[in-house]
Ligand binder design. Structure first.
Ligand code: P6P
Length: 336
């Protein structure tokens, strides 16, 4: 079968969009180049002493790994030159990333997590880049304000991730289904490998860090317990799979079926809404999973309906196969 490259796929989709101007295609192509550069470094990380901590602390108070910094700077460097963006925001940086005056601007806003799961870099566990693209609604003359950019996930025009694992893959959606591409390092192209991904309606995997059991409220404990109760009405036995790398856990569940949960826990009073960030992690993955037939909630509310009030707003996350997420929602609704 003739292999379709992601660039061809983007152009095909662009032709099918009557209003398409090619700007989003240009933006995604630049992101793809960034991911190829990051993939090259991730895949040789163990060899060129790129590993190890810089000793710096990022906006989330986490140790910044050299590859984190590298990925962040590659994306910023390449994307600011596209002329398609009015601003960017990175999980690694506190505030907005402005586009320098010397570059043209346009109406798109890119939010990204440059290298999620980076604490696993030294152990060669799969890690990923998550991206989310919005169109701004305001005439952006001059300095863009954050308030003009904070939009709920349902407003995304594109979202997806790159996963750097046994192979490097890109999974993305522009609202017309979800497709997966695998990088052929020999030719340096992402080739269509998983067309029209559909997540199984019910899985048999649940992903959660059970070490936090005693920091969860009783409803959360009940929601997690359902997946290991042989007498539950889920009707099947589940396995626990948790890598501690969101993109890797999400990607496996997307393909095999299952639910990933990162509930609110009461360990850290500074994180009353849980650990994961709404705009650069949860909303893009929620768009992907919904386009693949799954669901994503904060336990009660659809992730894509949550209105962000701040850039690094956190949210609890229950995401994956429709029936599994609905089961959790049923438990939370019973308890409210
Ligand atoms: P915990 C990685 O730091 C990350 O943000 C996600 O990739 C991952 O799902 C989560 O944190 C793991 O968190 O608390 O289980 O170690």
């Amino acid at each position: 079968m003739r292999q379709i490259t992601v660039t061809e796929h983007l152009l095909l989709h662009q032709k099918q969009e009557p209003m398409a101007t090619g700007r989003l295609t240009r933006l995604l192509n630049e992101l793809i180049l960034s991911a190829k550069i990051i993939s090259r470094e991730v895949n040789k990380a163990g060899l060129v002493n790129v590993l190890g901590n810089t000793g710096e602390i990022n906006t989330q108070g986490e140790e910044v790994q050299r590859l984190d910094e590298f990925a962040n700077s590659v994306i910023i460097h390449r994307m600011q030159r596209t002329g398609m963006l009015c601003a960017m925001a990175s999980e690694e940086q506190d505030g907005l990333i402005d586009i320098p005056e010397r570059f043209p601007k346009d109406e798109y806003f890119l939010v990204f997590d440059p290298l999620d799961g980076s604490s696993n870099i030294d152990a060669n566990v799969s890690i990923g880049t998550i991206f989310s693209i919005y169109k701004t609604k305001y005439d952006l003359q001059g300095q863009v304000e954050l308030s003009q950019l904070l939009q709920k996930g349902s407003e995304q025009v594109a979202a997806g991730y790159f996963i750097y694992g046994s192979s490097t893959m890109m999974v993305y959606t522009t609202g017309r289904g979800v497709d997966g591409f695998t990088l052929d390092p020999g030719v340096g192209e992402f080739l269509l490998s998983n067309p029209n991904i559909q997540i199984p309606e019910q899985g048999n995997l649940y992903s959660v860090n059970e070490a936090y059991w005693h920091y969860w409220d009783s409803l959360t404990q009940r929601a997690v317990s359902i997946f290991k109760d042989p007498n539950s009405d889920l009707g099947k036995l589940y396995s626990l799979r948790y890598i501690g790398s969101l993109v890797a856990d999400f990607h496996r569940n997307l393909l095999y079926g299952g639910i990933f949960m990162y509930p609110i826990d009461y360990r850290d009073p500074k994180k009353p809404k849980g650990k994961l960030r709404l705009m650069c992690e949860c909303a893009p993955l929620a768009m992907v999973v919904e386009q693949a037939g799954g669901l994503a909630t904060d336990g009660k509310n659809r992730i894509l309906d949550l209105e962000p009030n701040e850039l690094h707003q956190r949210t609890p996350l229950f995401i994956g196969s429709k029936n599994d997420v609905l089961k959790v929602q049923e438990i939370f609704e019973q308890g409210s």
